[in-house]
Design a protein around this ligand. Structure first.
Ligand SMILES: [Ca+2]
Ligand SMILES: [Ca+2]
Length: 377
């Protein structure tokens, strides 16, 4: 895979995270320590052997529980042979979250017959104690590309109990023709107090006689949050028409939906939109909110946005924007400072918006909301 294509693929995967981080701002201080890390193995590595040239490697290991943000890259080229490996990771551990984003890429080329190694890995493995029963959301994307048998690669996410029992597990490998396969990660549930382990990893391995040449990449972008779940009281379709479903359909990731048809723009150039307000209750003492929406539209390309009602300013404030399409996607916007959004009695209003440019959808679109989850701490 060319660097250009890799960057395009990677750009798509991280665009969401960038869009979200741009609007959320800094993390509030003073939360209770819901999640306490007790052990970790966070590392990235790149390793290359190109027989005519020799070998090279680089690696980086997180020294403590602080932010880990690093990348390594090695390449060797000589005698019409080439091998390269790249790995990166940005991961952080907070009192109610683990955020992990990483990527690997390996490439090998030769016009002679050479056994070339080009191995890249990015691993985020964190063992933590949970202080009490907490709800969790585990969302994001994992993806992999690369043609076997020259390239073997994949990405995975696992949430384990202290005894090794599996709470959640998902992995992805490249398609049969080496094409990029990208899977959304969409898990939620309740964890009892105790020890857990979150393992997120990506690897791209070339250990092969070259030619044929090969290249591949694998990536993860995972958000894990814990907290106390909000309860929903009422909903109102502000723009559009309520078609089916009710609040109970927003409680679980079960493909039972609250559904609304879009409202047309006032002019041909204005987007078709759906706006739904959902009123609920969270902790009166909430300091931060982790907001998750699972939804789709019956259109290939639209925009989603989540807003919260700012009781001080008397208006809705956007907390994150994200692309929407015809498959359910789980978006978590973590670490939203709740001070402006949660009233003294815990009351809050979440506004969900979806829009499609009218020029692409003359007949409007239909919004399907599967689950709205807000965790507070
Ligand atoms: Ca679903
Ligand atoms: Ca549902």
């Amino acid at each position: 895979m060319t660097r250009q294509l890799y960057n395009a693929v990677r750009g798509a995967a991280v665009a969401l995270a960038v869009a979200i981080s741009a609007v959320v701002g800094s993390v509030a201080e003073g939360l209770g320590q819901a999640l306490t890390p007790v052990a970790q193995d966070r590392d990235i590595g790149a390793f290359v052997i190109v027989p005519p040239c020799g070998s090279d490697s680089d690696s980086s290991v997180a020294p403590d529980f602080g932010l880990f943000d690093d990348e390594v890259f090695v390449k060797l080229a000589c005698d019409d042979s080439f091998g390269s490996a790249f790995a990166e990771q940005t991961s952080s551990i907070a009192t109610t979250s683990i955020l992990a984003r990483g990527a690997t890429e390996s490439e090998a080329m030769s016009i002679h017959s050479n056994v070339i190694h080009a191995i890249s890995n990015s691993t985020c493995d964190i063992t933590f104690d949970l202080d009490a029963q907490r709800s969790f959301d585990l969302t994001g994307v994992i993806s992999a590309a690369g043609q076997a048998p020259v390239v073997l690669g994949g990405a995975s996410v696992r949430l384990l109990r202290g005894d090794g029992g599996i709470v959640f597990e998902q992995g992805v490998e490249p398609g049969n023709d080496g094409e990029l396969v990208s899977e959304d990660v969409c898990a939620h549930g309740i964890l009892q107090a105790g020890r857990y382990r979150l393992q997120v990893s990506a690897a791209t391995v070339i250990d092969s006689t070259v030619p044929p040449s090969g290249s591949g990449t694998s990536q993860f972008d995972i958000t894990f949050v814990v907290g106390a779940p909000a309860a929903w009281d009422d909903f109102d379709v502000v723009h559009g028409t309520h078609v089916a479903g009710d609040l109970s359909d927003l409680l679980d990731s079960d493909n039972e939906y609250l559904i609304a048809n879009s409202m047309f723009g006032f002019t041909a150039n204005e987007p078709n939109i759906v706006t739904i307000d959902v009123a609920g209750n969270t902790l009166e003492t909430a300091e931060e909110l982790h907001c998750t929406i699972e939804a789709h539209i019956n259109h290939p390309a639209g925009s989603g946005r989540m807003l919260l009602f700012d009781h001080d300013a008397g208006r809705f404030v956007s907390i994150g924007a994200f692309p929407m399409g015809p498959q359910d996607r789980c978006i978590t916007i973590p670490h939203v400072d709740s001070s402006r959004f949660v009233e003294d009695d815990g009351g809050m209003i979440v506004r969900l918006r979806a829009s499609v440019l009218a020029t692409f959808s003359a007949t409007g679109f239909r919004w399907h909301g599967d689950r709205l989850g807000v965790l507070a701490d």
